[in-house]
Design a protein around this ligand. Structure first.
Ligand code: UD1
Ligand code: CA
Length: 509
């Protein structure tokens, strides 16, 4: 395979975006516009990449360098036209010298996020096998307004590209357009650039003039027609960005369906470019899978779930959940209404239930946090059950601390673990316990005092209310014949673990 140099033009202003963010940095499907183009360029097998930056180059340049450190950044201070931009790229990268070795130079734009590497590759292969000086990636569109038109001679051969503003009425009726992507013989390109002038309606140096110049010099020119010309569409404003985003997403979703993923409602399913899904994953309506999220086979995601950079194990269920940087084990159950924050890890067959927030915590295999809890900076052992309303109080106002709970612990409802604290394997905590001290394996921690009952309180203190009336009626019915005056009895109902088995007052589902 010969040398393939790709020049990506990204110096334009993008004023119609009305944004402080440069146009080519606007994201869709988890990558910037130029990020999609660079991925396609890489897939096409480029041996050298030169990116031309200008407007807001202090933002665009470093972004490109981060995505593709091996790329050369060429700075075009003034945007004098596409041929001028290519000239800047050639000079900056020393392509005039390198071109003596031959090879192909491809020119693409930084704002075409649907572009695919295989399309670029097909263009280059066609260009090289035909041995042309220049090959246009063209397409037929219903509304060619704004594009350069492909003018062909009587024999059907490509004669020139005429820009909208320079076209005759007859030429404007042509529906075959220049996508903007051109493949050049490297030597020809270097030779033709100085011959391109700016005598046209816009006063710009048009790269497209290279076609007529090649023709005049008797060099072979041609067009490679791309059926899926939408791949070369650029986004110039936010409405076009949204339309391209929807189209790109539809293509990604369709690709996953062909790979064996069930998507109940493609219209409300958003899957970013770097997501990985196994066959037989099911996605219910209203799901966004973002970043580097991975979902293993038979998992069911949704409805109404957003997962960014998460790993979901085989057969897991994730319902109405918002998650980021979380790892969910095989066969585990999450939601509805769970909030998984970075570092949340749930073991196989575990459960993170309703209104539960988990951050930087390891929840073991088969362990469950079913209801209304905050779990922060905790380790919870295998098979442990955490009761409803439990809070892992991890912050003392200055520093964060960890709570470690052993295996098969039965923790009551409404418990607060004040970190740092450790609960041993097989231990328990009573309902409402404030756990400030370590609990040894097998121990039962209870901090709530004995319950006091003041009998007849409602009748004495709330006389004349419905409360007192109900209490009166129940007392009369229940204690018919029994004597006694309202009074106070302490520890009528004891929860002394030394006396009986208090249980933990846990909840489990
Ligand atoms: C260009 C083509 C036209 C084609 C259309 C496809 C030319 C003369 N015309 O027109 O035939 O149908 O694209 O979209 O090439 N850029 C620079 N530096 C410059 C000028 C442009 O980097 O000095 C970049 C822009 O940021 C943009 C791309 O090149 O990404 C295209 O430039 P633009 O001025 O938008 O060209 P069009 O008028 O769209
Ligand atoms: Ca344009």
């Amino acid at each position: 395979m010969s040398e393939l140099t790709v020049i990506v033009l990204a110096a334009g202003g993008g004023t119609r975006m009305k944004s402080k963010t440069p146009k080519v940095l606007h994201p869709l499907a988890g990558r910037s516009m130029v990020g999609h183009v660079l991925a396609a360029v890489r897939d096409a097998g480029a041996t050298r990449v030169v990116t031309v930056v200008g407007h807001q180059r202090e933002l665009v340049g470093p972004h490109v360098e981060q995505l593709m450190p091996e790329a050369t950044i060429a700075v075009q201070d003034e945007q004098l036209g596409t041929a001028h931009a290519v000239r800047v790229a050639v000079e900056t990268a020393g392509l005039d010298r390198l071109a003596q070795r031959g090879g192909t130079v491809l020119v693409a734009y930084g704002d075409t996020p649907l572009l695919r590497g295989e399309s670029l590759r097909a263009l280059v292969d066609d260009h090289e096998s035909a041995g042309r000086a220049v090959t246009i990636l063209s397409g037929v569109v219903p509304r060619p307004f704004g594009y350069g038109r492909i003018v062909r001679d009587e024999g059907g051969s490509v004669a020139a590209i005429v820009e909208e503003k320079d076209a005759t009425d007859e030429q404007r009726a042509i529906t075959e357009i220049n996508s903007g992507i051109l493949a050049f013989d490297a030597r020809f390109l270097v030779g033709v650039l100085p011959k391109i002038g700016n005598d046209n309606a816009k006063g710009e140096y048009y790269l497209t003039d290279a076609v007529a110049l090649a023709r005049d010099a008797g060099e072979p020119v041609g067009a490679f027609v791309l059926d899926d010309v939408m791949q070369t569409e650029g986004a110039n404003d936010r409405a076009q960005l949204a339309a391209l985003h929807r189209e790109l997403n539809a293509r990604i979703v369709t690709r996953w369906m062909t790979e064996g993923v069930t998507v109940m409602d493609p219209a409300t399913t958003w899957i970013e470019a770097d997501v990985e899904l196994a066959p037989d994953v099911t996605i219910l309506p209203g799901v966004q899978l973002l970043g580097a999220t991975k979902v293993d086979e038979d998992a069911v995601i949704g409805p109404d779930t957003t997962l960014k950079d998460c790993e979901i194990g085989a057969g897991a269920r994730v319902v109405r959940t918002h998650g980021e940087l979380a790892v969910i084990g095989a066969g585990a159950d999450v939601g509805p209404f769970a909030y998984l924050r970075p570092g949340a890890r749930l073991g196989d067959k575990g459960k993170i239930g309703t209104f539960v927030e988990v951050k930087n915590s390891d929840i073991g295999e088969g362990a469950k946090v079913p209801h209304l809890s905050y779990v922060g900076d905790a380790t919870i052992g295998d098979g442990t059950n955490i009761g409803a309303g439990t809070i892992f109080a991890n912050y003392d106002g200055v520093a964060k601390h960890r709570t470690t709970i052993g295996k098969h612990v039965k923790s009551g409802s409404n418990v607060t673990f004040v970190a740092p604290v450790t609960v041993g394997d097989g231990a328990g905590t009573g309902a409402g316990t404030l756990v400030r001290q370590d609990v040894p394996p097998g121990g039962m921690a209870i901090s709530a005092g004995p319950q006091r009952v003041i009998e007849g309180w409602a009748q004495a203190r709330r006389a004349g209310t419905k409360q007192a009336e109900a209490a009166e009626a129940a007392t009369a019915a229940g204690a018919a014949g029994a004597e006694g005056t309202p009074g106070e009895r302490e520890a009528t109902h004891t929860t002394d673990p030394g006396v009986g088995d208090p249980g933990t007052g846990a909840t489990q589902s």
